[in-house]
Design a binder for this molecule. Structure first.
Ligand SMILES: NC(=O)c1ccc[n+]([C@@H]2O[C@H](COP(=O)([O-])OP(=O)(O)OC[C@H]3O[C@@H](n4cnc5c(N)ncnc54)[C@H](O)[C@@H]3O)[C@@H](O)[C@H]2O)c1
Length: 251
């Protein structure tokens, strides 16, 4: 990685996966702009700055195009955008309200679109955009609003990869499986136990597992990958789960 890989905007950076991505990119020498609607993003930035990182924090809501546009002007030209901010939750399909469905789209899909568009307008040719989707785009129970909004993020990623290709901007998505963050609070302990039993590698992911994949797709080393979805789920999508030791062919 070069001394100055450029400026990276990361949304949803106050905690969880976004915080992990910010730590990773700051460690790689990017000038990082950590964005979140929570004030806690200031602490994330202050902590990293104290350790020598080049980083600023911005408190804003990704639904507010005017505020995003002004912010992007301040940091242009931009090299990398990571669209990570999102909301989730579980609802029985029959009880999911239209407001809840629309809110998921408003933040997860439209918010991603707005940040990507305002960023792309101020991005150097050859920049990279990484959208955080979710393995659940392939389906997950009691999350119709979330699954639909993340499937739309996959579609948006593919469409942006086509439309921004004349400028050599590479656009990809990372689709995490279950990752150890506050977002897991929506799961009952029973559901968490079940999820763990489905993990081929025997553990749920950590934010840095996702950050490593984002780092590669965001780097200038990624010269020829665009419009792709990288599932980072420890093999969960292979549908096997872990064999009990007595059933393992290697036991
Ligand atoms: N944790 C998982 O198991 C998991 C699995 C698959 C995908 N993901 C995806 O990874 C990303 C990060 O998830 P996480 O687990 O770290 O979640 P999290 O809830 O811990 O963090 C999300 C962050 O986004 C911010 N945010 C939400 N709405 C915002 C808005 N309107 N404007 C600005 N900031 C906003 C929140 O304040 C929060 O800091 C999300 O896109 C999520 O859908 C997570």
């Amino acid at each position: 990685m070069s001394e100055n890989p450029g400026t990276a905007i990361v949304t949803g950076a106050a905690r969880g996966i976004g915080k992990g991505i910010v730590e990773r990119l700051a460690g790689e020498g990017y000038y990082v702009v950590a964005v979140d609607r929570l004030d806690a993003v200031h602490e994330v930035a202050a902590d990293l700055k104290a350790r020598g990182a080049r980083i600023d924090a911005e408190v804003l809501d990704i639904r507010d195009r005017n505020v995003i546009s002004t912010m992007m002007d301040r940091y242009a030209p931009i090299d990398v955008i990571v669209n990570n901010a999102a909301i989730t939750g579980t609802f029985h399909f029959e009880e999911l309200t239209e407001d809840e469905f629309r809110e998921a789209f408003d933040i997860n899909t439209v918010g991603t679109f707005v940040v990507a568009q305002e960023g792309a307008r101020r991005m150097r040719n050859g920049g990279r955009i990484v959208n955080i989707a979710s393995r659940s785009f392939a389906g997950a129970p009691q999350m119709a609003h979330y699954v639909a909004s993340k499937t739309a993020v996959v579609g948006l990623t593919r469409a942006m990869a086509i439309d921004l290709s004349p400028r050599d901007i590479r656009v990809n998505a990372v689709a995490p499986g279950v990752v150890d963050t506050d977002m897991l609070r929506y799961m009952t302990p029973e559901r968490q136990e079940l999820m763990l039993s489905l993990q081929l590698l025997g553990r749920i992911g950590q934010p840095e597992d996702i950050a490593r994949a984002v780092s590669f797709l965001a780097s200038s080393e990624n010269r020829y990958i665009t419009g792709q979805v990288l599932i980072v789920d420890g093999g969960r999508s292979l549908g096997q789960g872990q064999l009990p030791p007595e059933e393992s062919p290697y036991a």
